[in-house]
Write a protein that binds this ligand. Structure first.
Ligand SMILES: [Zn+2]
Length: 261
């Protein structure tokens, strides 16, 4: 998912400027202290109170290590995702390594934010970038918030293979592909998948996981809810493209609680 809006934020670096009403963008003391790192591109845990907690970072890191095959992939002392030796990997997906490498070397920054149990984020989304510019040095950077709702992943229902094909690392890489390469989601009925998810399917193929067959989740009724209303669940179809053993998988979740992709 990608949010389509745009606005400009000028990082002034001085308290005088910070006192101005700059849209609704909140600048915290933590962000101010981290201002010297603000202009470094790559994947970074947010400087704000939205930053992922250590356990959430480890959950994401474990998935990315498995998908990339990079044992050295880690968050450094400043909170940036790094891989000291990209030539050393154990299996994993070459397409995942290509995308993560591009993201870590990107001129823009991707800030990881936790939005757990919020209605406006289904699994994860890439929010509009904020543009920072230092009045002192002239440095500037676009910063994309990558927003996660960790609780949504616990709501997934399906066979082990299909839940693994939609884990936090793969969903995160979907958002990165939007930001790093400007790949787009499905735009019409003629292309049910979209170029972004088509790339993620290449990663799934290299990991021997089922591939997603369409971008938009289908919503179905599951009868009467406990509260007496009509309950709905969302569903995505996946398929393993193995000529010897083709198989379909259904990934489902509570549409009202989580939302749709
Ligand atoms: Zn998307």
């Amino acid at each position: 998912m990608r949010v389509r809006r745009s606005f400009l934020f000028v990082w002034c670096g001085l308290s005088t400027w910070l006192s101005l009403a700059l849209w609704s963008f909140a600048v915290t003391e933590t962000e101010m202290a981290a201002s010297s790192l603000r202009y470094r591109g790559g994947v970074h845990n947010a400087f704000s109170k939205r930053a992922l907690k250590p356990k959430q970072l480890q959950t994401l890191l474990k998935s990315l290590r498995a998908h990339s095959g990079w044992p050295q992939l880690d968050f450094d002392a400043d909170g940036f995702l790094v891989c000291p030796d990209e030539a050393q990997f154990n299996s994993g997906s070459a397409a995942a390594r290509k995308l993560l490498s591009a993201a870590m070397d990107a001129p823009m920054a991707f800030d990881l934010e936790s939005h757990t149990n919020t209605a406006n984020v289904a699994f994860a989304r890439l929010d509009v970038p904020a543009h920072f510019r230092s009045m002192a040095s002239g440095r500037q950077i676009n910063v994309y918030p990558v927003q996660f709702d960790f609780a949504d992943f616990a709501a997934l229902r399906g066979e082990t293979e299909v839940v693994a094909a939609f884990d936090i690392g793969l969903v995160f890489m979907h958002e990165l592909a939007h930001g790093v390469w400007s790949l787009r989601d499905a735009l019409s009925d003629a292309d049910a998948l979209g170029e972004c998810e088509r790339y993620i399917n290449q990663i799934r193929r290299e990991l021997n996981l089922p591939e997603r067959q369409h971008y938009a989740a289908r919503t179905r009724s599951s009868g009467v809810s406990v509260a007496g209303g009509v309950a709905h669940y969302a569903e995505l179809l996946f398929r393993r493209n193995d000529a010897r053993k083709p198989a379909h998988y259904y990934l489902q979740w509570d549409a009202q609680r989580v939302g749709r992709t």
